[in-house]
Design a protein around this ligand. Structure first.
Ligand code: FES
Length: 111
């Protein structure tokens, strides 16, 4: 089990910060959906066609992740909230023990 922190935007009406314990061997999106994290919509179920699983990964973990491949980079152009350093699609982040303590900021909107 590893710990993941989801941080809501300040003063957001529907997002709340949460810390979850989850298994490795799944994507960050799958862990977030299973935990009912508000703000991870994942409309396509991880098929890399929706960009509604956008998160901002904080350091030090952002630098430890494999860089986004071409398909993920392409979909990052369609996020509802602006991309910034650390922007990733959570369905493309595979959880490993090395990501214990991962902290991601939730964008204000996914649509
Ligand atoms: Fe659709 Fe990640 S769940 S792109």
């Amino acid at each position: 089990m590893i710990t993941i922190n989801f941080i809501a935007p300040d003063d957001h009406p529907t997002r709340t910060s949460a810390t979850i314990q989850c298994q490795t061997g799944q994507s960050l999106m799958q862990a977030a959906v299973a935990a009912n994290i508000a703000g991870i919509e994942a409309d396509c179920g991880g098929l890399l066609t929706c960009a509604t699983c956008h998160v901002y990964v904080r350091e030090p973990h952002a630098a430890q992740l494999p860089p986004p491949d071409g398909d993920e980079r392409g979909m990052l152009e369609f996020t509802a909230a602006p991309c910034r350093p650390g922007s990733r699609l959570s369905c493309q982040i595979q959880l490993t023990d090395a990501l214990d303590g991962l902290t991601v900021d939730l964008p204000p909107n996914q649509h």
